[in-house]
Every structure is written in C-alpha cells, then in structure tokens.
Design a protein around this ligand. Structure first.
Ligand code: ADP
Ligand code: ASP
Ligand code: MG
Length: 405
C-alpha cells in the first residue's frame, strides 16, 4: 500500500463539475489500494476576490484578519471535494490547517511551516478515509489562522508529503507540465519531461508560478518524488529530479517572468557609509525581501540614488517604512513604480559561456526594449523592463536562445 499526496490547483477545482471529476481521479487512486491525502486550492479567482474585499474594507488592515479572510476559499473546496467523494461511496473528510494541525510562525500573509502533526490524519487514513487538506493554511502559536503566501498550496502539499513520508507528490494543474517558459505566453515553449530541483528552484524563484518556490526548496530538502501534471488530460507530466538523472540537459533551462514586481528609487541619499544598511535593514526587519539593487556612484561625492525591487505585494508596507526613515537618513525623495516586469534567462550556460549576456541585451535592443535594472548570478541574468513589452521580450529571447520547438 502506498501513500500519495495529490494537489489540485484553482482551475482544477474551479466549479462543482470540476470537483466531481477530481473526485473520480481520487477514487481511482483509492481503488489501487493507495492511501490518499489530497490538497486543494480555492476555486480559481476566489483568492483574488477575497484579497480585493479586504483592501476595499481598509487600507490599513491587520494581516492576521487578512489571513482569516483569504484562507476561506480553501475551506469551501476541501469540504465540497469530501462531499463529492462520499457521493461516490468513498470515505473522506476535510481538514483545515488548524485541524491537522499545520503549525507555522506568525508572519501573517507569508507564514513559514514549523511542523506538521501527523497523528490525527494518520488515524483517519488507517480508518480508510481519504484526507482532504485545505491548502495554503496553517495556524500560528497564537492560535490564529495563517496563510503561506500566493501559490502556497504547493508548499502545503510538499510539506505534507515530507511529514507523511509519502511515496509521491503529484501537483495537478492547468498545464501538462513544466515548460521552457510560460506556455500561455510563448506558444513555442517546450515541455520538459524532467527538470532538476536546482533548475526548477531557479525558474520558480524568478516567477514561473507553476510551483511556489518554497515548495521546490522543500521538495529538494526532503528528496520528494515530485511531479507536475495536467488535471484535464491523462499525460505523464514533468518529473522534478536530482541532478545527474537529467535525461534532457539544456544549457539554458528556461525563461521566467515575474509580474509581481515594484521598483523603488530613493534619490539624494547622503554619500556616507551605513545608508544602504539602514534602508535594507529596516525592510528586512519587516520580512520584506529586496531583489535587484543598483546604486549610482555620485559625481559630486555628496549624494547617490539607490534603486531596488521588491514584490509588488509588499509595496504599501515598504513605502511606509521608507517614509519613516526619511528624516533619519536625510534623502531627498523616493518614487515607486509597479508597471515593471522582471525577465530572467536561467541555465548552466551562464557559468561557462560569456556570450549569454550579449545575446540577451542584443535581443532586447533589437526589439527596442529599454532595460531599467540588470542583475546577474552564476546561473541567471535578470532584467527589469516596462510591463508593456514583457511578452515580446519573452518570445524573442526564447527564440534567440534556441529554445523554440
Ligand atoms: P494552480 O492554480 O494549479 O496552482 P498556477 O496558475 O499557480 O496553477 O500555475 C500554473 C500556471 O503557471 C500555468 O497556467 C502557466 O501559465 C504558468 N507558468 C509559468 N511559467 C511556467 C512554466 N515554465 N511551465 C509551466 N507553466 C508555467
Ligand atoms: N489560493 C491561494 C492562491 O491563490 C493558494 C494557492 O492556490 O496555492 O494563492
Ligand atoms: Mg499555483
């Protein structure tokens, strides 16, 4: 008897007919004598709608109440799926995050899982029930509901697979696997049969939202047998595997884009030691991750400009923090912009071939696409560009790097 974790994303549980189809898929696993833990997202569009409602209610909401609101979509789908299974004469019960319980820290809105207690669900599985867990949810040590950040149901699924030592963790979604880039934007994107944890981690962290980044890191840490596959078609999907097993080794593994970006420029920062530390220290104290950074060198040795990017979802909070340190630092002003997208070309070729940056910048130049910020690492080059041109940038880079089918 195997234990499998099956995760169904928003489009896979978009309405009742769809939930009934998923119930049939789970029934097939049960008939194979497998124990099943299913993890569900909210119906597609529901989480966005709940976030809008919070923002319409107040600009200054508490993130703890925010989590209580936005986690509710998953409550509905988990219980509907349990009902759909009972309808097929399969024993099932829903589990909210706090009922499992899935303990997290208290960074509401992007909580981190501390530990998962397996006793309750194990007993239920022993008694022949399918466990349907609401994804995205946890509970803090203050006994309040937390959520794991956008796309967090992937992390719920992988964490449960690790806690229960599952034989495999299947992520069912609306595409049939991981591609060289977002197949909804670049029609020539190539489906990968295998991708290594490292490549997937890099793709996800640069915006390929098919898997939440944290879920990939967790899968790598616990060597989880992870697969991404279609909810709608019976196809093998993409296996996420260890380095060395890769059957398809691309020099460039893919191109990712992130729409959830905001650019902040702080102008007229006095040119003396400690200023960058003050700005980024204050942001870090509020768990705001800074990504790309450029500081211009001052011509007059008096003041500099610092430009950096953060997640757009952190912008309101970041603006408040920067306002609060303006007097202390004595900078002139700051501006922010959200009409920007980060495009990243990812792959091992970056390590060995110096022409990669040249190809990237020439391709963008040929298409008249202006670059705001550049950052590089050992295996990727990222550029921040205007959101008006991101689809053009992705298509032309996909071709320029020889990734088209
Ligand atoms: P779910 O609701 O099932 O969690 P998501 O919308 O979070 O689904 O993730 C699936 C989407 O990820 C796809 O519809 C696709 O547009 C997008 N995506 C971005 N990059 C990639 C990629 N490299 N491979 C596959 N899908 C990708
Ligand atoms: N429903 C949540 C979201 O839309 C979590 C998830 O789907 O993974 O972000
Ligand atoms: Mg998702």
């Amino acid at each position: 008897m195997k234990l499998v974790v099956l995760k169904f994303g928003g489009t896979s549980v978009a309405d009742v007919p769809q939930i009934k189809k998923i119930a049939l898929k789970i029934k097939a696993e049960v008939k194979k004598d497998n124990k099943v833990i299913a993890v569900v997202s909210a119906m597609s569009g529901v989480t966005n709608n709940l976030i809008d409602q919070v923002k319409k209610t107040s600009e200054n909401f508490s993130y703890s109440e925010y989590d209580t609101v936005v986690s509710s979509g998953e409550q509905v789908t988990s219980a509907l799926l349990a009902i759909a299974l009972e309808e097929l004469s399969i024993k099932a019960r829903s589990w909210l995050g706090w009922q499992v319980p899935i303990f997290t820290d208290d960074i509401y809105g992007k909580a981190v899982i501390k530990n998962i207690e397996t006793e309750n669900i194990s007993k239920s599985l022993e008694n022949g029930f399918v466990a349907i867990v609401s994804g995205f949810q946890g509970v803090s040590n203050n006994n309040r509901i937390t959520t794991l950040g956008r796309g967090g149901s992937d992390t719920s699924a992988v964490a449960l697979a690790a806690a229960f030592s599952a034989d495999r963790c299947d992520i069912f979604t609306d595409v049939d696997g991981v591609y060289t880039t977002d197949p909804r934007i670049v029609k020539d994107a190539k489906k990968l049969d295998y991708v290594t944890y490292e490549e997937m981690l890099e793709l996800a962290s640069q915006g390929a939202k098919v898997l939440q980044t944290r879920s990939v890191a967790l899968a790598m840490k616990y060597s989880i047998n992870l697969r991404v596959l279609s909810s709608f078609e019976d196809l093998p999907g993409t296996f996420i595997i260890k380095e060395g097993h890769s059957m398809e080794k691309f020099e460039i593994s893919g191109i990712a884009h992130s729409l959830n970006e905001a650019k902040i420029t702080i102008s007229g920062v006095p040119d003396r030691p400690g200023q960058a530390a003050e700005v980024f220290g204050a942001l870090a104290d509020s768990s705001i991750n800074v990504d790309m950074i450029v500081q211009s060198s001052p011509i007059n040795h008096e003041s500099t400009d610092i430009t950096f990017t953060i997640q757009e979802t952190d912008l309101l909070e970041a603006e408040e923090i920067i306002k609060s340190i303006q007097r202390n630092i004595g900078f002139r002003k700051f501006t922010s912009e959200t009409n920007v997208v980060k495009i990243s070309v990812i792959g091992n070729a970056m390590r060995t071939q110096s022409g990669m940056a040249k190809t990237m910048f020439e391709t963008l130049a040929k298409n008249q696409i202006n670059i705001h910020v550049i950052s590089t690492s050992e295996i990727k080059i990222s550029v921040l560009i205007s959101s008006d041109y991101y689809e053009l940038a992705m298509r032309s880079l996909h071709t320029a790097f020889g990734l088209d089918k």
